[in-house]
Design a protein around this ligand. Structure first.
Ligand SMILES: C[S@@+](CC[C@H](N)C(=O)[O-])C[C@H]1O[C@@H](n2cnc3c(N)ncnc32)[C@H](O)[C@@H]1O
Length: 208
């Protein structure tokens, strides 16, 4: 991301955050505890939504230097939130195996270079009893007009939106990676252009 994209990211997302994302993030994160990794943490949109528990150790990974700078500034200004900031990507997570109780991604799987490698890494760093929490925008229902436009616009969108894909089938990727989805909700992201509206959010565990 460019310096300016990172600088204005929160302003661009403000209305969508207020319309739905804050509420979705809060609900998804309300029970997290132990070692928690948010990967692709961006500017820290979820920062204030983690439970305030002494037993929660928060790790925030963000590979993009400009987004990470915004994240670190937000952390400084919210001195009640303690977190360890990492610069690794989903494809190469700086962690021992079986370390995290929870891994959280939001609006990240659309942009990673390699979805399958990312999900394998998330599996590697999760404890066998851990949970993977996701909130992602995804491909619309095949045959719908939204799906048609996602296919048509994807190439251009990827180039203007930092490798963000409009048409990823992330739910299937999560299952193919060896997770069992325990809970999933499908909802349109409000105050967002139509091709980015379809979302999934939920919780998965590693298949036995
Ligand atoms: C659309 S932003 C979302 C930021 C934040 N998660 C949120 O919900 O506001 C996508 C983020 O994913 C990050 N990202 C892209 N590729 C990544 C990768 N391979 N590993 C980790 N993060 C990645 C970007 O740097 C960016 O911060």
């Amino acid at each position: 991301m460019s310096f300016f994209s990172a600088l204005f990211y929160d302003k661009v997302m403000k209305y969508t955050e207020e319309a739905c994302l804050i509420e979705w993030r809060r609900t998804l994160l309300e029970n997290v505890d132990g070692n928690v990794l948010e990967i692709g943490a961006g500017t820290g949109a979820s920062l204030g939504l983690y439970p305030k528990k002494a037993s929660l150790a928060l790790y925030l990974a963000e590979p993009d230097q400009h987004m990470r700078m915004q994240l670190e500034q937000k952390l400084h200004s919210q001195s009640n939130i303690k977190a360890t900031v990492l610069s690794c990507s989903t494809e190469h997570i700086e962690s021992d195996d079986d370390f995290f109780d929870y891994v959280f991604v939001s609006l990240v799987c659309c942009s990673v270079k390699d979805v399958d490698a990312s999900l394998q890494e998330i599996k590697r760093v999760l404890k066998p009893t851990g949970r993977f929490i996701f909130l992602e925008h995804v491909a619309a229902e095949p045959g719908s007009s939204c799906y048609h436009w996602q296919q048509r616009l994807n190439f251009m969108w990827r180039h203007v939106a930092d490798n963000c894909h409009l048409n990823r089938t992330t739910e299937q990727s999560i299952i193919d990676a060896g997770f069992v989805i325990e809970d999933i909700q499908y909802e349109k992201m409000r105050k967002m252009i139509a091709v980015v509206q379809p979302t999934i959010r939920g919780i998965a565990r590693i298949a036995p």
